[in-house]
Ligand binder design. Structure first.
Ligand code: SF4
Length: 476
């Protein structure tokens, strides 16, 4: 039977050109405006900060259509699962979730279930869902979020399932509604996509080419957030250091950091920095602006040059150390974290030992550690995954022990110190305990009177653990 939808193509998504990306403006057609009247939505978000921010856009669009957010998926008329494709485990979890939603669909045939995010960009996932998970009504890709009103309208009117996934390099869309999930911390996209093509990573295929937003749009977004009382922004991109390269102007991420700092937002963070593009203008901007937080996430992925080459990371072990040591020297007191993959194809015992010794060298404050996960369509998927699962697990455990050791060692400097904490909320386990983060991105759990979410408070640290600090609020 002929399919009435087009499958995405990772092959198409691999293409890159040097043209500047088109800038579009979102507007809502009149006929869509009451689509969500008396209806509720529920969004499930998996994966990275880019997905969190995309879910806020989806919520903003649904709110502008008259839908209301629901805290209970059973009461929702529209459920969106915003998916992640970086690891096999994340995809399996999503399939389990879709399976479980079948019961809700049986109880309420009018329920609309949507699959969005990076899995929607994968040909094999879309084919599987269209064939085996008939409870899913809409599949839309990372480049198609602004088509949500049209897709919902079409499904209500045609009662047919809809797929809209573009495998293209992508453009920039401004003026898109957003409903932020927090009122004191905000994600701000500064660029989209990635051109690095690390051989294990699916992101350049699922999110298109590197394309930067205009600095004016970014700065006015941050200025609005300052007016609304936000205390922290996190500037987001798969590789923020490459900001501006596609704009054809002499303006780098270092320049952007300086300009965002001038908005006087109390806290600025950024995520993620590829070591390749970390230049001196960034270091200078970070050093000169006290509202840029003393925390840098610098993914190493492996401590072995051969493996780094196979990963196409574009730096050797020595080059990474050179940059890391320079950052440590020039930015004293900063906290450093990293990402590490163990069990990449052909990772020998010696290569893994190099990763352990790199952790000894860098003494990270924390590391996000993963077992290599084969992603179909990436160059690394063609390499033989020749390491036994038990070996990978043992390596991960040894690595995690080392990471915990240095995390604990680094945290000792906060014992008995007074730190500034931006309050995120009340602990899930104990309603008298609050939690938030220090400028160095250390999680602090603390007690105190009259604590409000979104406030900056002073906390005296009384207890130090590897991955968090405990303390008491200082009454000022
Ligand atoms: S820099 Fe590498 S790991 Fe990061 S998103 Fe791009 S391809 Fe993936």
């Amino acid at each position: 039977m002929k399919k009435d939808y087009v499958l995405p193509s990772l092959n198409e998504a691999r293409k890159r050109d040097k043209n500047r990306s088109e800038k579009l403006y979102f507007s809502l057609e009149e006929k869509y405006k009451d689509l969500g009247k008396d209806k509720k939505y529920y969004i499930i978000t998996h994966g990275c900060q880019a997905n969190q921010r995309d879910s806020e856009t989806m919520a903003g669009i649904l709110d502008s259509l008259g839908y209301e957010a629901s805290a209970d998926e059973k009461k929702a008329d529209v459920i969106i699962i915003n998916t992640c494709a970086v690891r096999q485990g994340a995809e399996e979890k999503v399939l389990g979730e879709i399976g479980a939603l079948k019961r809700l669909k049986n109880e309420n045939p009018d329920l609309i279930i949507c699959l969005a995010g990076c899995m929607a960009q994968e040909e094999k996932s879309v084919a599987l869902i269209m064939e085996k998970y008939r409870q899913v009504d809409i599949i839309f890709g990372t480049h198609n979020i602004t088509s949500l009103p049209k897709l919902l309208y079409d499904v209500y009117n045609s009662k047919q399932r809809k797929v809209e996934v573009f495998s293209k390099m992508g453009e920039i869309v401004e003026n898109v509604p957003v409903t932020r999930f927090m009122s004191h911390k905000a994600w701000v996209n500064i660029m989209y996509g990635c051109n690095k093509f690390c051989t294990y990573c699916i992101v350049p295929y699922t999110r298109g080419k590197e394309r930067s937003r205009n600095k004016e749009d970014i700065i006015s977004e941050v200025e609005e957030l300052v007016k609304d009382g936000y205390k922290e922004v996190c500037l987001l991109g798969q590789n923020v250091n490459a900001y501006g390269k596609d704009l054809g102007i002499d303006y780098t991420f270092g320049n952007l950091l300086n300009d965002v700092a001038k908005t006087n937002i109390p806290r600025i963070r950024f995520m993620t920095s590829h070591p390749w593009d970390f230049d001196d203008s960034m270091i200078e901007a970070i050093r000169n602006n006290p509202n840029i937080m003393p925390y840098i996430h610098l993914p190493i992925q492996s401590g072995n040059t051969e493996i780094l080459k196979k990963m196409n990371r574009r730096y050797s072990r020595e080059e990474y150390f050179e940059l890391f040591d320079k950052l440590k020297r020039e930015l004293p007191g900063f906290a450093f974290t990293t990402d590490i993959i163990v069990g990449f194809p052909n990772e020998s015992d010696e290569a893994f030992e190099d990763t352990l010794s790199a952790v000894d060298h860098c003494e990270y404050d924390n590391a996000f550690t993963f077992i290599y996960s084969k992603r179909e369509g990436t160059p690394a998927a063609l390499l033989e995954d020749d390491i036994e699962r038990s070996v990978k697990e043992e390596r991960l455990q040894r690595l995690n022990e080392k990471v915990a050791y240095y995390a604990n060692k680094n945290n000792q400097r906060f014992r008995d110190q007074i730190v500034e904490v931006l309050v995120d909320g009340v602990s899930k386990r104990n309603s008298e305990v609050y939690s938030g983060y220090t400028p160095e991105n250390k999680l602090v759990n603390f007690t105190g009177k009259d604590v409000k979410v979104g406030e900056l408070v002073k906390v005296k640290i009384t207890e130090v653990m590897s991955f968090s600090l405990n303390g008491e609020k200082i009454e000022e």
